[in-house]
Design a protein around this ligand. Sequence first.
Ligand SMILES: Cc1cc2nc3c(=O)[nH]c(=O)nc-3n(C[C@H](O)[C@H](O)[C@H](O)COP(=O)(O)OP(=O)(O)OC[C@H]3O[C@@H](n4cnc5c(N)ncnc54)[C@H](O)[C@@H]3O)c2cc1C
Length: 384
Amino acid sequence: MDFRLTEEHEALRTSVRDLAREVVAPVIADHYEQHTFPYDVIRQMGKMGLFGLPFPEEHGGMGGDYFALCLALEELARIDSSVAITLEAAVSLGAMPIFRFGTDEQRARWLPRLLNGTALAAFGLTEPGFGSDAGGTQTRAVLDESTDEWVINGSKAFITNSGTDITDLVTVAAVTGTRADGSKELSTIIVPTGTPGFTVAPSYSKVGWTASDTHELTFDDCRVPAGNLLGERGRGFAQFLRILDEGRIAIAALAVGLAQGCVDESVRYAKERHAFGRPIGANQAIQFKIADMELRVHTARLAYYDAAARMLAGEPFKRQAAIAKLHASTIAVDNARDATQIHGGYGFMNEFPVARFWRDAKILEIGEGTSEVQRMIIARELGL
Ligand SMILES: Cc1cc2nc3c(=O)[nH]c(=O)nc-3n(C[C@H](O)[C@H](O)[C@H](O)COP(=O)(O)OP(=O)(O)OC[C@H]3O[C@@H](n4cnc5c(N)ncnc54)[C@H](O)[C@@H]3O)c2cc1C
């Protein structure tokens, strides 16, 4: 058993760390404050190959693995979560379904731009009335045999990367029929940006991740060619479960990055800030708080490394991914709260990174499966 990184993974981590410090850190506070999407940063991340990390070179990817993506997410989130979630949603939710389930033609058409970061894809599962209970999907797609087109009606809520200037498509989970046992037949359909009948609502006003892009989407007699079906008809449920299982490891990595950023900022501040004639870090109460934060980061990192290793080995990893996501998001919230406390009043000021970490941490316990859903998965895996 060896938890040390390979030379390639270590080199990637170092170069993403440099990018986060030199390219993201100087501009992100302004984007966060103004709620603007950081196109320049995304362009530079694309040039570095981050959007193609876990994909084979034959499709325009970097030939790396899913663990490489996780390391990049961790290093980005250590500085900022808006850019990290933009990458996570673009790769593990956006491009991955097309890579995993698409036809050769779909891959050839969409992947080159998605993998070099000049375009983004979004993943449309959640609806205004159904999130955790994704089987409740109401959006319908009916095949019009006279024109050989899907006609889509319904809406999707909270969809990341769906309304940027460089968004090429959204994959939409829709009910395409009823099975013999009366249950819904779910399928996934690619809807290109700009298709008539597909409307992107203005950005939500969010508490955190304010430099990321999130919209409600509406489909009103939206027609796309029958060939835009992703993979087999009726495989939608299995497809999004696979994508979400993997995505949980990526979100865990992102949460570990945020939690690590809280440690970095707290150590720095505890040395600089003086109270009662000495640095606050000279107090054991502060030292122990930071030691506990570091302990949480370390254990959460091991949990996602383990889940990723199992996934890459082709072993079952559902339980480990749920554990990693649940633990990492919980400790990210804990570390953000403690880092803010260590910063005192400055921790409540938006100009300090820990204020951003605090606002960005909470969603980690909600997105890509809430903490309750992770517990449901773990319990089910234990046979309950
Ligand atoms: C910023 C942001 C970005 C997002 N990006 C995307 C995206 O790109 N694509 C996408 O498809 N979705 C996206 N989502 C949606 C996200 O995945 C959902 O919000 C999440 O899955 C929870 O669904 P919900 O909001 O409908 O909550 P609900 O399912 O309504 O749950 C409400 C509460 O009830 C709890 N609950 C529900 N059922 C049970 C139960 N059986 N037992 C115990 N507790 C239960 C939940 O855990 C939660 O605490 C995004 C959300 C946000 C906020």
